[in-house]
Design a protein around this ligand. Structure first.
Ligand SMILES: [Zn+2]
Length: 410
């Protein structure tokens, strides 16, 4: 059955904007008093509401009031499947302790690993579902979620199975990524032994159970070295996984691995330099910046403006995690990044829509166009500029996922 939804004050389609490099607000396609025709979860027509009403025999889902419509947001990097809180770490950090000092005291990530391992499937699923639904109500209709707090075969599989379970149970699409190589677990004496264990024991099961098609690794001084990461990712790629990497957050050296391995995306990039930005562009690697981690850690943002000006494909993701990015509010984080890095509306929204889709190798979402998924969000306003101006305080009032309308508040 065809449904015509509208009219909307402005539909910002995101069509015509480039996949790479700068994009001006003057290039935004804005349909005034627009509508969309949806059939079988897809957009089959888009344009002026009155024209569509004449052209199609469709059930009309009339929208009363002034709304701005955008594609549903895509968060290409989260760790929102976890148990426990790290508020104690946060208190210590804002009182002056460093990330490393907290880690050395046995806090940090190992605390989350401990809580996540001790949580039952049901407990972990309930906690994760609450976060997914909060994210969905803030307009995130597709979200990536990483494992990485299990750090052994049984517990990593538990996390990935929770994500799959919730993909069926909750409205948004969930993209699972295996981040077993997050940090070396305390039970292993060397990173080499642990990576061998993942390759030999875990990844074949992930494939067999079809739990994830993506593998990630944290390349950093306290985690895995660039050289061993390259070997690990090469093996994962041979097994058929797409690869993505955490690089250049505190120390540089990881982004050339991302380029050499031709990762789908290189994420973090707070300390990346010009030559490495170029290297990633040359290999067509999406550069995903994570402002939530900079806000959580009180550190400078990744050089998003430079990445765009060099011609990069810039995605913006929340990195929602209990340690460094507890806020988990993608629109607020992207708004703050845009003010700091001078990203205009088109560039900021591209980073959380079609460019984020690219970071997840998805081509059927992120723009409002014919054949695209009917995933979109409506803000109660008559001017799109209000969205970034209100810095995340103006939330979507209505969210559509696969054409199904979810009203949050009117
Ligand atoms: Zn991360």
């Amino acid at each position: 059955m065809k449904i015509l939804t509208g009219p909307f004050e402005q539909i910002i389609t995101m069509n015509g904007l480039p996949l790479n490099g700068p994009a001006g607000d003057d290039r935004l396609e804005i349909i005034q008093r627009g509508g969309m025709v949806i059939e079988n979860n897809r957009i089959i027509d888009i344009g002026g509401f009155e024209n569509l009403r004449k052209k199609h025999t469709a059930e009309i889902e009339e929208i009363n009031g002034s709304y701005i419509l955008l594609p549903g947001f895509i968060d290409a990097h989260t760790h929102l499947c976890y148990a426990g809180s790290r508020s104690r770490d946060y208190a210590e950090r804002i009182a002056g302790s460093t990330y490393r000092e907290i880690l050395e005291k046995g806090g940090g990530i190992y605390d989350t690993v401990d809580h996540t391992r001790r949580a039952s499937f049901r407990e972990l699923s309930d906690l994760t579902e609450q976060r997914i639904m909060k994210h969905f109500e803030n307009g995130i209709t597709t979200m990536e979620i990483k494992s990485g707090y299990g750090l052994n075969t049984v517990e990593e599989l538990k996390m990935l199975e929770v994500i799959r379970h919730l993909d069926k149970r909750t409205p948004p699409d969930l993209v699972a990524t295996c981040l077993a190589a997050h940090v070396v677990p305390l039970e292993f004496s060397s990173s080499e032994a642990y990576l061998t264990h993942i390759i030999q024991d875990l990844l074949p099961l992930v494939r067999e159970k079809d739990l994830s098609g993506r593998v990630d690794i944290f390349i950093e001084k306290d985690a895995f070295s660039p050289e061993e990461s390259f070997l690990y990712l090469s093996k994962a790629k041979k097994m058929g996984f797409d690869v993505t990497v955490h690089v250049d957050q505190f120390t540089s050296g990881g982004s050339d691995i991302a380029a050499r391995i031709k990762a789908v995306s290189a994420d973090h990039l707070e300390v990346i330099d010009d030559s490495h930005i170029r290297m990633l562009i040359d290999q067509d690697v999406v550069q995903t910046v994570l402002p939530g981690a900079s806000i959580g850690l009180g550190m400078p943002f990744a050089p998003a403006r430079k990445i765009l000006d060099a011609g990069g494909c810039l995605a913006i993701a929340s990195d929602w995690n209990p340690g460094s990015a507890p806020m988990g509010d993608l629109l607020t984080e992207a708004s703050i990044l845009s003010a700091s890095q001078k990203l205009n509306f088109a560039e900021t929204m591209a980073g959380v829509t079609f460019r984020a889709a690219r970071a997840l190798s998805l081509t059927d979402r992120g723009r409002l166009d014919i054949h695209m998924k009917a995933d979109f969000v409506a803000f109660a306003s008559n001017d799109y500029r209000e969205i970034l101006y209100q810095q995340g305080q103006l939330k979507p009032a209505i969210i559509w996922k696969n054409g199904n309308k979810h009203i949050k508040h009117t």
